[in-house]
Design a binder for this molecule. Structure first.
Ligand code: SF4
Ligand code: SF4
Length: 386
């Protein structure tokens, strides 16, 4: 039986957050079950893009601050990490997202360390669902002693809902994410990729920010909904099962969770989930709006999606006019794809992680669209994010 702690929490008052999270952890057996003084703890946030905490598109920065404060007090080194979305449009806005979200400020004030997954290197793992498929996941996930998932309670216009299970997609750095969207445009197939990421990593806790949630056309264009909930569990599927019950959804309504159920990622039957905290069963969230696609049942046009991904296909390229020859990019490329002398990138082996782009101090590694027109469209899209 899996346990989910479901607590009421009406705002992001720091003292209140620390108290509620600590109380919840007591009900899971106490912090000492998961961390020890001296551990390096990675908080994997939901930093989908350059959005503010008030937008409800990302894990609220005060929620992150509360976790940092708790863990620092316990003698841990705390990392805050993610790689933002944008790969379909050929943009990698993670560095900007860390600023806009307020996480950089939190890290500075609380003594945590930002881990931009687009500049930290990768570890190669094998996808459980397809042993011939290599996956490249952000290195801090494997360098940390403990990894904690901090998802956000949100709708998703394509996948209907996004929470603890889906939040691990950000473990794929840079523009590599576009490859998986292209490989698996069907949300059920995409769900299997997400499960592969769970199986290859070692998340020990999932702590969901459901205080302000996103309803309607999430994960970025929805509306703020005051849900007032915090959910904590060791089991991401059980946590999401309880969360979707609050939204009036079933496992079959959310393809990623259906894939997780099929692969045995966790517990999906409510009768096998013990809910503790302020509730014994999930309360329904009144008048919570689901995405339009859920009501119409309209399927996404996968051929169009693939065409969009191809249209925006983006690659890193060294602009020799700006290059100072420092070789930081050459040395940091996890695939050894950059020629030391010519700075040409071997696109046969490049995994589009964006390390070279993020680490070049001279802005000489540019992101180049294969399609000229796509470059103009993507620039406009990036500006509208700001
Ligand atoms: S890091 Fe930038 S400046 Fe240094 S060699 Fe690479 S492209 Fe040139
Ligand atoms: S050239 Fe290397 S560092 Fe740059 S995106 Fe490709 S794999 Fe990553």
């Amino acid at each position: 039986m899996s346990k989910v702690i479901l607590k009421e929490c009406k705002n992001y008052d720091l003292e209140n957050l620390v108290r509620i999270i600590n109380e919840s952890m007591e009900q899971l057996g106490g912090w000492n079950k998961y961390i020890q003084s001296g551990d390096k703890v990675l908080l994997k946030v939901n930093l989908i893009g350059p959005k503010t905490s008030e937008s409800a598109a990302i894990t609220h920065s005060e929620f992150v601050r509360a976790l940092v404060r708790i863990l620092k007090k316990k003698g841990c080194t705390v990392w805050i990490g993610d790689s933002s979305g944008g790969a379909i449009a050929g943009i990698a806005p993670t560095a900007q997202s860390f600023k806009v979200s307020g996480y950089e400020k939190v890290a500075k004030e609380e003594g945590a360390i930002i881990k931009n997954f687009d500049s930290e290197g990768v570890v190669e793992v094998t996808a459980e669902s397809n042993p011939r498929e290599k996956m490249y996941l952000a290195k801090p996930l494997f360098d940390a002693d403990v990894v904690i998932n901090l998802p956000k309670l949100k709708t998703h216009s394509a996948g209907i809902y996004t929470g603890a299970v889906k939040n691990l997609f950000g473990c794929v750095p840079g523009l590599r994410k576009a490859k998986y969207h292209k490989m698996a445009p069907d949300p059920l197939d995409f769900g299997h990729i997400i499960v592969d990421i769970h199986k290859a990593t070692k998340f020990s806790l999932h702590i969901m920010d459901g205080i302000i949630a996103m309803e309607g056309e999430g994960p970025t264009a929805g509306r703020v909904y005051q849900a007032n909930k915090i959910l904590i569990s060791e089991d991401p599927l059980a946590l999401d099962r309880v969360a979707i019950d609050m939204l009036g959804l079933k496992i079959e309504d959310v393809p990623i969770l259906l894939a997780s159920q099929k692969r045995g990622l966790g517990e999906s039957k409510l009768e096998n989930i013990l809910i503790e905290g302020d509730y014994q069963e999930a309360p329904k969230l009144k008048n919570f709006r689901l995405p339009k696609r859920f009501k119409t049942g309209k399927k996404r046009n996968y051929k169009v999606l693939i065409k969009v991904i191809d249209f925006f296909k983006t690659r890193p390229k060294v602009n020799l006019k700006n290059c100072k020859g420092c070789n930081v990019c050459v040395e940091s490329c996890p695939m050894e794809a950059i020629d030391k002398d010519t700075k040409k990138i071997n696109y046969q082996i490049c995994i589009e992680c964006m390390c070279c782009h993020e680490l070049c101090m001279h802005k000489a590694v540019e992101l180049k669209k294969d399609n000229f027109l796509a470059g103009i469209v993507a620039n406009l899209s990036l500006k509208s994010h700001r």
